[in-house]
Design a protein around this ligand. Structure first.
Ligand SMILES: [Zn+2]
Length: 267
């Protein structure tokens, strides 16, 4: 497969996994740069072991203002965003007496729909929140993910009590919370882009809401791994090449060396 074909395959998918994501540019510069396809079990096994702070750089790489931050700031802000997501998961679970994201959505007055694909199916999308009260979980990607659960090592890594739709739903529910709670930390944090005397130009940092949404759904679903793992896992259902490229990228941002399929033989 040449790199143009690879890009073509990856671009529509990677533009948005959980709704409002930033475009992703697959950094394939030459044939040698092409991702080696890994078994899906290897990918989830490694990614599920990454601690929360290891996801900060990956998450920020989708942020338009990424270049304005140091690594230290990325880790610090990601930790604050995650804390905000977890705090709201606990608050809502207590208020509504449930941690089940489907029950929670109903109690929060959300209308959840499970169509096969988005109406505008020019790209693959797994879920999205539409203001003010609609959530769409797209079943094509979910079904493809379910098939992958039977691959060697996948269930062991992800755990028995994990449900793809409920996880996606939890993420989108946080966007509803963001819409309603204007004083949420992820809404109020602003980056000072520049100031001249008393005139400030500040901007919201989009990715903080995404990081918080991941921590929010992780907390509700009671899973030990970051839902960012789903970026690679669900993409694998469409193209193993793009998922392997994402895996390499995620491991790189975490400061780790991605494994190769032949490493399995040596273990
Ligand atoms: Zn989102």
């Amino acid at each position: 497969m040449n790199k143009e074909r690879l890009k073509e395959l990856a671009q529509p998918i990677l533009k948005g996994l959980f709704g409002k994501q930033m475009p992703y540019h697959l950094r394939v510069k030459s044939e040698e740069d092409k991702p080696v396809v890994r078994p899906v079990g290897m990918i989830v096994e490694d990614l599920c072991q990454l601690p929360e702070e290891a996801w900060a750089k990956y998450a920020f790489s989708r942020e338009p203002l990424n270049g304005k931050f140091t690594d230290g700031q990325r880790v610090e802000l990601a930790a604050k965003a995650s804390a905000c997501g977890r705090e709201w998961a606990e608050r809502l679970a207590k208020e509504h007496g449930t941690r089940d994201t489907s029950d929670l959505a109903a109690r929060m007055g959300m209308k959840v729909d499970y169509p096969l694909m988005p109406q505008n199916a020019s790209r693959v999308l797994f879920a999205e929140f539409k203001e003010p009260d609609k959530i769409y979980i797209y079943m094509d990607g979910v079904k493809k993910g379910k098939v992958l659960l039977d691959e060697p090592g996948v269930r062991e890594a992800l755990g028995a009590n994990f449900n793809i739709s409920r996880l996606l739903l939890g993420h989108e529910l946080f966007h509803r919370v963001e819409m309603q709670e204007k004083d949420l930390w992820t809404n109020t944090y602003q980056l000072d882009l520049w100031h001249i005397g008393p005139v400030h130009n500040r901007s919201k940092v989009f990715v903080l809401g995404e990081i918080a949404a991941m921590a929010f759904t992780q907390s509700l679903c009671g899973i030990s791994w970051s839902p960012y793992v789903m970026d690679a896992f669900l993409v694998y259902g469409y193209t193993a090449e793009a998922a392997s490229a994402l895996y390499e990228e995620m491991m790189g941002f975490a400061g780790l060396t991605p494994r190769l399929p032949q490493d399995l033989l040596e273990e």
